[in-house]
Write a protein that binds this ligand. Structure first.
Ligand code: CMP
Length: 135
């Protein structure tokens, strides 16, 4: 069954001009980009996106980073898109992410780990609604 997931290309990837290469990977895999836009997030929006991390010690660092420059947000559709995209981006910490994943190939630290993708259908719905107003 087709699923939709939310993907965000983070400010570090935009600054490093990796946007095209990251998008290319999703297209090469056979996934469909059904919505996409570039924006600079407000702190309010960033805090909402990452509300589950509000009590973590890295929360302020994460919000500072994610609001530091533009991001590209997308809705990606495909068979099992949520787990396929999570597999493609790799583990949160790029030092632990497998080679061949986006974070494994291009990343070296957190919070600047290049991409974010929804971890469940519930998160996908919430995150897509937050940025695109509808699921
Ligand atoms: P993401 O998949 O967007 O979900 C939460 C984000 O918090 C994560 O990617 C990283 O950008 C960031 N993050 C997670 N763990 C840490 C950490 N230990 N230190 C700094 N940032 C982190």
């Amino acid at each position: 069954m087709k699923e939709r997931t939310f993907v965000m290309i983070k400010p570090d990837a935009v600054k490093r001009k990796l946007m095209g290469r990251i998008i290319q990977r999703f297209e090469d895999k056979g996934l469909e980009i059904v919505k996409m836009r570039m924006l600079k997030m407000s702190r309010e929006l960033a805090e909402k996106l990452y509300e589950e991390h509000r009590n973590k010690d890295f929360f302020k660092e994460l919000v500072d980073f994610i609001t530091s420059d533009r991001v590209v947000v997308m809705v990606i559709e495909g068979e099992k898109a949520i787990s396929v995209v999570r597999k493609m981006i790799g583990k949160t910490n790029p030092l632990e992410a497998d080679m061949g994943t986006i974070r494994g190939d291009f990343g070296y630290s957190t919070p600047d780990n290049l991409v974010h993708a929804s971890d469940s259908e519930k998160s996908a719905k919430r995150e897509i609604q937050l940025f695109f107003g509808e699921y």
